[in-house]
Design a binder for this molecule. Structure first.
Ligand SMILES: [Zn+2]
Length: 232
């Protein structure tokens, strides 16, 4: 399943875990491989004061002098970054519009890029996201897709769970299962450590409803999404 036209770069498995690289054919809500847990629970507020102290201790433990010029403000700066990263916009309800004559039209919103943090290494991962769905009387405002992606990116994540969470949220909003989400991830935990495969990309695809059962539709989604991704 790694030969989808959407993904031109070499597709590799990033983590040495049993998780599959391409999550193809799993229906939202049925993903047994990724248990429902961390990423779905409401996060507690960040204790910035404590984070500041701990970053200072981390610098010392790393053999640095936290008091030296250049590092003296780093703990507070890092704490402030954590706070903003983990506190994206308040969880606003995503609204949909009734448009009964749009049934069966394929809508693809692609070219979205969000940054998240890999929960295994606390290193950044860039996630390029394309979302497709078939409106069944309900359409989502186009600007909402990026917000949904941003919200699930703003936490400690794994790409597979991110893909599923976005697909489930879209399915919930449109009230149907005809949803496809493709994500192409660049993981710094792979690019800058260990094997240093800078060109490596991880692809995940979650499809439901007609996208799961109609290969032509699924292919159309991937082709359009690839076109929207640009020449990266
Ligand atoms: Zn990682």
């Amino acid at each position: 399943m790694s030969a989808h036209p959407m993904f031109n770069s070499p597709t590799l498995e990033t983590e040495a875990t049993p998780m599959t690289n391409a999550v193809y054919g799993s229906t939202p809500g049925q993903s047994a491989a990724v248990p429902t847990q961390p990423g779905t629970a409401a996060l507690r507020p960040v204790d910035s004061k404590r984070v500041t102290e701990l970053i200072g201790q981390l610098l010392a433990a790393l053999g640095e002098d936290p008091e030296r010029e250049g590092l003296v403000d780093t703990p507070a700066r890092v704490a402030s970054w954590w706070s903003s990263f983990l506190s994206p916009e308040p969880f606003a309800m995503v609204t949909s519009f009734t448009e009964t004559r749009l049934s069966a039209q394929l809508v693809v919103v692609g070219g979205m890029s969000v940054w998240s943090l890999c929960e295994h290494h606390l290193l950044p991962m860039n996630l390029e996201v394309a979302i497709g769905y078939l409106p069944d009387g309900e359409v989502i405002g186009l600007s909402k897709f990026g917000r949904i992606a941003q919200r699930y990116a703003g936490r400690l994540q794994v790409q597979e769970r991110f893909t599923r969470q976005v697909a489930e949220e879209i399915a919930g909003v449109v009230g149907g299962k005809d949803v496809a989400v493709a994500v192409r991830g660049t993981h710094l935990c792979m690019s800058m450590r260990g094997v240093r495969m800078e060109a490596a990309r991880t692809t995940t695809l979650q499809v439901g409803g007609l996208f799961k059962h109609d290969p032509v539709l699924s292919q159309q989604f991937l082709t359009i999404a690839a076109g929207q991704r640009g020449a990266l």
